[in-house]
Design a protein around this ligand. Structure first.
Ligand code: LLP
Length: 421
């Protein structure tokens, strides 16, 4: 299914022309295709069907997009959630994801977060260090509970992705070194308030080659075999997220969900445990765009700047990772020119694209920043006192506001002046 397509010279989301969305909800706004994100969830579920023992758990990485409407859409498809904070647990449960389908990752879980997760009954803690084992054991014991534990092992695999989003190399803060796995599991086994349930790994994000996933899975399997030999049966193997998506129209598609599924089935053949996956971007990135309006076009001595009403605070990926996002004119003109596409924020780095070849645009024209469904709205800030933008979900010819645009009053609501001022 193609979520965004040109119909009669206008870019549409499913059956709705984007100018209608802009007129109804204002700009900037995030727009998501419900049909597409549902299709991605189904494809992921089907591609992993038959892998591992029993039914694989597809736990959507909430950090990619924690919107209630999106989490509820995935809950309806039977997905679970991969979370990294008590806030994400609360969001997932509120959206209807059963606690037993939640896995809790992250290097800095606090005792309060552990307590919350234990009380709500989450399915698995992915523990990332020995001190964290000790803390969870203590918290679980104080509640009279037994915590289901997987250890996140750092397989020391190079995911060939952007350094800021690679997590599987030994020099990152993530996971427990493979060499320390056995002794860490032995430590878990000493605590009656902990139950060894599984093993976990996640090597990074936007990975466009299947080889690093295969290498990591093989490494995990070696550890499972060693653990079982040492008397620690492993029930679940969480192989993380990380499958990349296409950001550039003229680039080949990265491996499809189906190719990923085939590889996983081949590599995990004969594994005697249930598999868990934590996809984020691959389910939601290309289901969303950021719709923006041109404020004005400024010609300087050396460059042409198309100034949008969206900025780095709304979509930070280009500024933070030099990430490429396609930027489309919603009603493209026939002529093209080169321009820097920028936001109004007072930072030189507030640039979405440099010297991009685009159809000519003028003030009030609409532009769409594509592939913005993952790590878009969720990473937004209110820098320059720019309120968080609206978010809209479309299904066929229906659209619905799923997040109201903030007001400046909202921004100031929790602020106060000292009484002595
Ligand atoms: N599981 C764990 C433990 C993770 O840390 C992540 C992402 C995922 C799953 C989901 O990975 P995905 O399938 O989405 O690749 N803000 C960056 C991406 C940061 C990813 C952080 N961890 C970006 O905009 O590219």
């Amino acid at each position: 299914m193609i979520p965004f397509s040109m119909k009669n010279g206008t870019l549409c989301v499913e059956d709705i022309p984007l100018p209608e969305i802009a007129a109804r909800y204002g700009t900037p706004c995030y727009v998501y295709s419900h049909a597409y994100l549902t299709e991605r969830a189904r494809r992921f579920t089907n591609a992993l069907d038959g892998a591992g023992k029993g039914k694989a758990l597809i736990a959507f990485a909430v950090k990619a997009n924690p919107s209630q409407a999106i989490l509820a859409s995935f809950a309806a498809e039977g997905l679970g959630a991969d979370v990294v904070s008590a806030g994400e647990i609360q969001r997932a449960v509120t959206a209807g994801i059963p606690p037993e389908r939640i896995v809790f990752s992250g290097v800095g879980k606090t005792a309060e977060e552990m307590e919350y997760a234990l009380k709500i009954g989450i399915g698995q803690f992915n523990i990332e260090s020995v001190p964290e084992i000790e803390m969870l054991a203590e918290v679980a014991a104080s509640l009279g509970k037994v915590a289901p534990v997987a250890l996140r092992i750092n397989p020391d695999v190079d995911a060939h992705t952007h350094a800021k989003i690679a997590t599987g190399k030994a020099d990152t803060k993530f996971g427990i070194a493979a060499e320390q796995a056995l002794s860490a599991y032995e430590k878990v086994a000493c605590y009656p308030s902990l139950k060894i349930q599984g093993i976990a790994s996640h090597i990074g994000s936007q990975i466009t080659d299947l080889a690093p996933f295969e290498a990591a899975a093989q490494r995990i399997h070696e550890i499972i075999v060693a653990l079982e030999k040492a008397g620690h049966p492993i029930e679940t193997a969480d192989l993380g997220g990380g499958l990349g998506v296409r950001y550039k129209d003229d680039q080949p598609e990265p491996p499809s969900i189906e190719a990923y599924g085939e590889m996983i089935k081949r590599v995990t053949k004969g594994w005697n445990c249930r598999l868990i996956f934590e996809p984020g971007r691959s389910l939601i990135a290309n289901a969303g765009l950021l719709l923006s309006k041109v404020i004005r076009v400024k010609e300087s001595k050396t460059a042409r700047f198309v100034i949008l009403d969206a900025a780095m605070n709304d979509l930070v990926r280009p500024t933070l990772y030099d990430a490429y996002h396609e930027i489309k004119a919603v009603t493209p003109a026939v002529d093209y020119y080169h321009a820097d596409i920028v936001g109004p924020v007072c930072e030189t780095g507030d640039i979405f694209a440099r010297n991009r070849h685009i159809p000519t645009v003028k003030a009030d024209d609409l532009m769409a920043l594509m592939s913005a469904g993952a790590y878009g709205a969720t990473m937004a800030s209110v820098y320059n006192s720019r309120p968080l933008v609206a978010e809209v979900m479309v299904s066929g010819d229906k659209s619905s506001l799923i997040r109201k645009r903030q007001s400046v009053e909202d921004l100031m609501r929790d602020e106060q002046k000292p009484e002595w001022l």
